[in-house]
Design a binder for this molecule. Structure first.
Ligand code: SF4
Length: 331
């Protein structure tokens, strides 16, 4: 029996690929890569859902973090960014290379992905698929079953490891044929279509571009800005303000000892994290912004607490004019 590692997101295409490989009698090992931007082609949390879906096939999903490597690619992608700050070709290449490195350890013969020719503008046109296969040095062992009949044949096809009935000629963005195939094969559980990870999100990319401009892109900072409203206070001072209770908890979890954590003293407003530079004017502005988003109407003078490394200070910040606040808000 041949064994394949499947790059798995939990979406329709990669779930179909698992079903096809199982039908072909291939032993499938699904893998999913995680980063501060989400998981293989999905958002944060999709990796957990993907793990649950792979269990319906009796398979255990292997999860591998690629945080720092993907962050480095975001800063300077060899094949450029997509519509936002998504370096999709480089990212695919990274994931395929990582998977290739596991072939020997897992005693697998080839790699399968749910890529479909022409489905995604940046990473799934013919040239991009060829670049990924060539640069990963996996050419003959990288099978895209959904579009295989439209691409150069690979070893699993020429050697008969996967029969023709389990290979297709799907191309383009539509999902009709995949949905029909899912029905035919009894595949009912898969994640709804996603545009990709957070790097394909316009709002998130605006925040990231701001970090990039000040050379502040790190894995930790990319994680912090997933939440809340994001302000540039100047001179490498970044403020993130929670929009709801869930984000207050998430931000507290993201805060590091060097950050300044802000709360309104009476608890009637958001938590905020100031990261980077903490000059007196940054701290005052941050407290004013926290006060701005407090729930009081009309607003009295609000006391905001600022905490760092166990030290607590109390501030009565001035009101920040709306126009000034808007000018500092990135997203
Ligand atoms: S959307 Fe692009 S950058 Fe994000 S995980 Fe998918 S390939 Fe990687």
């Amino acid at each position: 029996m041949k064994r394949a590692i499947a790059l798995y997101s939990g979406g329709l295409d990669s779930t179909l690929v698992i079903a096809l490989m199982k039908r072909a009698g291939v032993d499938v090992l699904p893998i999913n890569f995680t980063s501060p931007f989400g998981s293989t082609h999905g958002l944060a949390g999709d990796d957990k859902k993907a793990a649950m879906i792979s269990e319906t096939f009796g398979l255990t999903l292997r999860q591998e973090p690629i945080d720092d490597e993907l962050v480095a690619l975001v800063k300077s992608p060899r094949f450029g960014w997509g519509k936002h700050l998504n370096p999709c070709i480089d990212c695919h290449l990274l994931m395929i290379r990582k998977t290739k490195a596991l072939l020997q350890e897992l005693q697998a013969d080839f790699v399968v992905t749910g890529e479909v020719l022409g489905q995604r503008p940046m990473s799934q046109h013919r040239q991009a698929l060829a670049i990924i296969a060539k640069k990963s040095e996996l050419e003959g062992r990288l099978l895209r079953p959904l579009s295989a009949k439209l691409l150069t044949p690979t070893l699993p096809e020429t050697e008969g490891w996967v029969s023709q009935e389990n290979l297709l000629d799907i191309s383009g963005r539509g999902r009709k044929r995949q949905l029909a195939l899912a029905k035919e094969m009894g595949v009912e559980t898969f994640l709804p279509p996603a545009g990709g990870c957070l790097l394909t999100d316009a709002g998130y990319s605006r925040k990231l571009k701001d970090l990039l401009a000040e050379d502040m892109i790190t894995s930790r900072n990319c994680g912090l800005i997933r939440f809340g409203r994001y302000f540039n206070l100047g001179n490498k001072a970044k403020l993130v303000v929670a929009r709801n209770e869930q984000e207050c908890l998430s931000l507290e979890g993201q805060a590091r000892p060097n950050d300044l954590l802000f709360y309104p003293e009476d608890g009637r407003g958001p938590t905020a994290v100031l990261r980077g530079s903490q000059l007196a004017n940054h701290i005052e502005k941050a407290a004013s912004i926290v006060a701005h988003y407090c729930r009081h109407t009309p607003k009295p003078e609000i006391t905001v607490q600022a905490i760092t490394a166990g030290e607590r200070s109390r501030l009565r910040p001035p009101t920040l004019p709306e126009a000034e606040l808007r000018a500092l808000l990135i997203s």
